[in-house]
Ligand binder design. Structure first.
Ligand code: SF4
Length: 169
Protein backbone atom coordinates (compact mmCIF):
# COMPACT_ATOMS: atom_id res chain seq x y z
CA UNK A 1 0.00 0.00 0.00
CA UNK A 2 2.88 2.28 0.82
CA UNK A 3 4.43 1.85 -2.62
CA UNK A 4 1.09 2.21 -4.39
CA UNK A 5 -0.50 5.07 -2.45
CA UNK A 6 2.40 7.00 -0.99
CA UNK A 7 3.57 7.49 2.57
CA UNK A 8 0.55 9.03 4.31
CA UNK A 9 -2.30 7.08 2.69
CA UNK A 10 -0.19 3.93 2.72
CA UNK A 11 0.55 4.13 6.44
CA UNK A 12 -3.03 5.09 7.38
CA UNK A 13 -4.67 2.34 5.32
CA UNK A 14 -1.95 -0.13 6.29
CA UNK A 15 -2.76 0.55 9.94
CA UNK A 16 -6.48 0.07 9.28
CA UNK A 17 -5.73 -3.16 7.47
CA UNK A 18 -3.58 -4.41 10.35
CA UNK A 19 -6.36 -3.78 12.87
CA UNK A 20 -9.13 -5.37 10.80
CA UNK A 21 -6.88 -8.39 10.32
CA UNK A 22 -6.04 -8.58 14.01
CA UNK A 23 -9.52 -7.94 15.41
CA UNK A 24 -11.81 -9.42 12.79
CA UNK A 25 -9.58 -11.68 10.70
CA UNK A 26 -10.22 -10.04 7.36
CA UNK A 27 -8.58 -7.52 5.07
CA UNK A 28 -10.35 -4.87 3.01
CA UNK A 29 -7.53 -4.95 0.51
CA UNK A 30 -6.44 -8.58 0.31
CA UNK A 31 -2.94 -9.30 -0.92
CA UNK A 32 -1.54 -6.53 -3.11
CA UNK A 33 1.35 -6.94 -5.50
CA UNK A 34 4.05 -4.51 -6.49
CA UNK A 35 3.95 -3.40 -10.10
CA UNK A 36 7.36 -4.91 -10.80
CA UNK A 37 10.01 -7.10 -9.25
CA UNK A 38 12.75 -5.81 -6.95
CA UNK A 39 15.29 -6.44 -9.72
CA UNK A 40 13.28 -4.36 -12.20
CA UNK A 41 12.95 -1.50 -9.73
CA UNK A 42 16.65 -0.62 -9.93
CA UNK A 43 17.48 2.29 -12.21
CA UNK A 44 20.83 3.16 -13.80
CA UNK A 45 23.12 5.00 -11.41
CA UNK A 46 23.62 7.87 -13.84
CA UNK A 47 20.15 9.18 -12.97
CA UNK A 48 20.84 9.35 -9.24
CA UNK A 49 23.19 11.00 -6.77
CA UNK A 50 25.49 8.69 -4.80
CA UNK A 51 24.36 8.23 -1.19
CA UNK A 52 26.98 9.11 1.39
CA UNK A 53 26.46 6.38 3.96
CA UNK A 54 27.84 7.33 7.39
CA UNK A 55 30.48 5.05 8.83
CA UNK A 56 29.35 2.80 11.73
CA UNK A 57 30.00 4.42 15.10
CA UNK A 58 30.55 1.16 17.01
CA UNK A 59 27.86 2.19 19.54
CA UNK A 60 24.52 2.11 17.77
CA UNK A 61 25.70 1.01 14.33
CA UNK A 62 28.26 -1.63 13.45
CA UNK A 63 30.22 -2.73 10.44
CA UNK A 64 28.85 -5.63 8.46
CA UNK A 65 31.62 -8.11 9.08
CA UNK A 66 31.29 -7.75 12.86
CA UNK A 67 27.60 -8.52 12.51
CA UNK A 68 28.33 -11.50 10.25
CA UNK A 69 30.63 -12.82 12.98
CA UNK A 70 27.83 -12.46 15.54
CA UNK A 71 25.42 -14.34 13.26
CA UNK A 72 27.56 -17.43 13.98
CA UNK A 73 27.17 -18.61 10.42
CA UNK A 74 29.54 -21.50 9.95
CA UNK A 75 30.74 -23.16 6.77
CA UNK A 76 32.92 -26.13 5.98
CA UNK A 77 35.89 -25.73 3.70
CA UNK A 78 35.86 -26.81 0.04
CA UNK A 79 32.09 -26.65 -0.36
CA UNK A 80 30.74 -26.29 -3.91
CA UNK A 81 30.01 -22.73 -5.02
CA UNK A 82 26.49 -21.81 -3.95
CA UNK A 83 26.38 -18.30 -5.47
CA UNK A 84 26.25 -18.81 -9.20
CA UNK A 85 26.97 -15.94 -11.56
CA UNK A 86 25.69 -16.79 -15.03
CA UNK A 87 27.72 -14.23 -16.96
CA UNK A 88 30.74 -12.63 -15.28
CA UNK A 89 31.21 -10.18 -18.15
CA UNK A 90 27.68 -8.87 -17.57
CA UNK A 91 28.58 -8.11 -13.98
CA UNK A 92 31.24 -5.77 -15.25
CA UNK A 93 29.42 -4.19 -18.20
CA UNK A 94 26.07 -3.75 -16.50
CA UNK A 95 26.05 -4.40 -12.75
CA UNK A 96 29.15 -2.27 -12.24
CA UNK A 97 29.27 0.14 -15.17
CA UNK A 98 25.52 0.89 -15.42
CA UNK A 99 24.23 0.27 -11.89
CA UNK A 100 27.39 1.19 -9.92
CA UNK A 101 27.76 -2.23 -8.30
CA UNK A 102 24.71 -2.42 -5.99
CA UNK A 103 25.71 -5.93 -4.84
CA UNK A 104 28.40 -4.34 -2.69
CA UNK A 105 25.64 -2.45 -0.82
CA UNK A 106 22.54 -4.64 -0.76
CA UNK A 107 24.30 -7.77 0.50
CA UNK A 108 24.05 -7.62 4.31
CA UNK A 109 27.13 -9.78 4.73
CA UNK A 110 29.56 -7.92 2.47
CA UNK A 111 29.93 -10.98 0.22
CA UNK A 112 30.28 -8.97 -2.98
CA UNK A 113 33.00 -6.40 -3.50
CA UNK A 114 34.26 -4.37 -6.39
CA UNK A 115 37.93 -3.93 -5.64
CA UNK A 116 40.29 -1.67 -7.52
CA UNK A 117 43.42 -3.51 -8.57
CA UNK A 118 46.04 -2.18 -10.96
CA UNK A 119 43.65 0.43 -12.31
CA UNK A 120 40.85 -2.07 -13.02
CA UNK A 121 37.78 -3.06 -11.01
CA UNK A 122 37.70 -6.67 -9.87
CA UNK A 123 34.50 -8.46 -8.77
CA UNK A 124 35.18 -10.52 -5.65
CA UNK A 125 32.73 -12.97 -4.08
CA UNK A 126 33.51 -13.82 -0.46
CA UNK A 127 30.96 -16.62 -0.32
CA UNK A 128 32.14 -17.85 3.06
CA UNK A 129 30.44 -14.79 4.64
CA UNK A 130 27.03 -15.53 3.12
CA UNK A 131 24.14 -15.55 5.59
CA UNK A 132 21.75 -16.98 2.98
CA UNK A 133 19.20 -14.19 2.87
CA UNK A 134 18.81 -14.65 -0.93
CA UNK A 135 18.75 -10.90 -1.57
CA UNK A 136 21.26 -11.18 -4.42
CA UNK A 137 19.03 -13.69 -6.21
CA UNK A 138 16.11 -11.27 -5.97
CA UNK A 139 17.78 -7.88 -6.35
CA UNK A 140 20.48 -8.27 -8.99
CA UNK A 141 19.29 -5.96 -11.82
CA UNK A 142 20.14 -8.51 -14.52
CA UNK A 143 18.99 -11.58 -12.58
CA UNK A 144 22.52 -12.78 -13.18
CA UNK A 145 23.12 -14.20 -9.70
CA UNK A 146 21.45 -17.36 -8.47
CA UNK A 147 21.61 -18.45 -4.85
CA UNK A 148 21.36 -22.19 -4.28
CA UNK A 149 21.30 -23.95 -0.91
CA UNK A 150 24.85 -24.75 0.11
CA UNK A 151 25.79 -28.37 0.45
CA UNK A 152 24.44 -29.80 3.68
CA UNK A 153 23.05 -26.34 4.50
CA UNK A 154 26.61 -25.04 4.76
CA UNK A 155 28.98 -23.56 2.21
CA UNK A 156 32.34 -21.99 1.71
CA UNK A 157 33.89 -20.65 -1.44
CA UNK A 158 35.68 -17.65 -2.85
CA UNK A 159 35.41 -16.72 -6.51
CA UNK A 160 37.39 -13.98 -8.15
CA UNK A 161 36.62 -12.39 -11.49
CA UNK A 162 39.21 -10.15 -13.05
CA UNK A 163 38.54 -7.76 -15.85
CA UNK A 164 39.91 -8.83 -19.20
CA UNK A 165 42.51 -9.66 -20.29
CA UNK A 166 43.42 -11.20 -16.93
CA UNK A 167 40.13 -12.80 -15.85
CA UNK A 168 40.08 -15.61 -13.35
CA UNK A 169 36.97 -17.38 -11.95
S1 SF4 B 1 22.29 -14.71 -0.10
FE1 SF4 B 1 23.32 -13.17 -1.40
S2 SF4 B 1 22.76 -11.18 -0.53
FE2 SF4 B 1 22.30 -12.73 1.05
S3 SF4 B 1 24.15 -12.85 2.31
FE3 SF4 B 1 24.35 -14.41 0.72
S4 SF4 B 1 25.50 -13.40 -0.93
FE4 SF4 B 1 24.70 -11.78 0.41
Amino acid sequence: MWSKLGTYAGIALGGLDMWTNTLFGFSFFGTLKHGKSDAASLEPAAGHKPIDYPKPDGVLTFDRLSSVFLSNTNHEEDQPVHLKVKDMALQETSEYEVYAGPSARYCPAGVYEWVEENGAEKFVINAQNCVHCKTCDIKDPNQNITWVPPQGAKGRSIRICRRSPDRRM
